[in-house]
Ligand binder design. Structure first.
Ligand code: UDP
Ligand code: MG
Length: 316
């Protein structure tokens, strides 16, 4: 029987922790009763350097439910993406399949069963995808959707309307942990693993208690990190801009010459304006070119795995 580990990153979540623990334990109990997961399945709370009583509450829960509630305490606040990675990497050695979910119960815990079913059908990764965003504010909805659009435009493969509620098999987390890059954008990395995936759909709820730990500033940082960690398109954009400006320079040259021969210009204007345009264009192209190399170096230093073998057929 497969042992499930539910990984929950928590930052200042004292208001919601007990609720989350209870809701998730109920899900575990239900799945254990149906014989879908091992009886030693557990929830792994990752305390991301909370300043409130979150860790004390995790300890209390663990004492009351030693098997089903476990905890990891990070030394200081490292941010959601890192806390989640710490949790997944720790959990993978304790179980056969992981599910990551936020502490605030915005993601529907009832689809966990569906995720497990898909895992038993042989999927290594199952994404939780939001059907609609009725409960989000207009602002959150539009910025979030703009974010997915920009990512798409930049050629970063992400699953639309999927955040970090997902199932990953042990081997998927193992392969994921080989991506040793420091700038983490997990939802861009998981599709790179290449395993068979599936989606389950749910309606996103309001936060059960407490308030969002993702203010606009953190959200923008996440978005920029996502783009700059996965895409060298901004560099290509500079090169393209340089080429466009050189083309404009040629047009400007034609115009300057016509004006020159028409005789209605101040002496010196023609050569001046031509230099400005040409130099500007050439500089941009050069920066773009240098950027291309930096982009390559950037991708190299990530030391990402170059492939991921799913199966080998061999004689025993
Ligand atoms: N979180 C974390 N470290 C941080 C910020 C957030 O571990 O520095 C956790 C938080 O406790 C929650 C999850 O990340 O479980 C998502 O945060 P939140 O629900 O506040 O984000 P939102 O849903 O508003 O985007
Ligand atoms: Mg939330």
């Amino acid at each position: 029987m497969d042992k499930l580990g539910i990984v929950v990153p928590c930052y200042n979540e004292e208001e919601v922790l007990k609720l989350a623990s209870e809701a998730l334990r109920q899900v575990l109990d239900g799945l254990i009763a149906k014989g879908k997961i091992d009886k030693d399945s557990f929830i792994l709370f990752v305390n991301d350097g909370s300043k409130d009583r979150t860790w004390e509450l995790i300890e209390e829960e663990h004492k009351a439910h030693p098997v089903s509630v476990r905890g990891v305490k990070l030394a200081g606040n490292v941010g959601h993406q890192y806390a989640l990675t710490a949790g997944l990497v720790t959990a993978k050695d304790m179980c056969d399949v992981t599910i990551s979910i936020d502490a605030d119960l915005q993601d529907d815990v009832d689809v966990i069963e569906e995720m497990i079913d898909k895992f038993h059908e042989g999927k290594d990764i199952v994404y939780g995808v939001r059907k609609e965003r009725k409960t989000d504010t207009f602002f959150k909805r539009t910025t979030a959707q703009g974010f997915y659009k920009v990512m798409q435009l930049m050629g970063v493969k992400t699953v639309y309307n999927h955040a970090d509620f997902r199932l990953m098999s042990k081997r998927a987390v193992e392969q994921f942990s080989k991506y040793e890059e420091t700038n983490l954008f997990i939802r861009g990395m998981v599709p790179l693993l290449g395993y068979e995936t599936d989606c389950v759909y749910y309606n996103r709820k309001e936060r059960a208690a407490g308030e969002s730990k993702y203010p606009l500033k953190k959200m923008l940082a996440l978005a920029f990190n996502g783009i700059s960690s996965f895409s060298v398109k901004p560099i290509n954009f500079i090169t393209g801009l340089g080429v466009a400006i050189v083309i404009l320079a040629i047009l400007a040259a034609i115009y300057a010459f016509i004006s020159f021969f028409a005789g209605n210009v101040v002496p010196g204007w023609t050569s001046l304006i031509l230099s400005v345009w040409f130099l500007g264009g050439i500089q941009l192209i050069s920066i773009g070119l240098v950027g291309q190399y930096i982009g390559k170096i950037y991708m190299e230093v990530k030391h990402r795995p170059r492939y991921n073998i799913e199966k080998v057929l061999d004689v025993e």
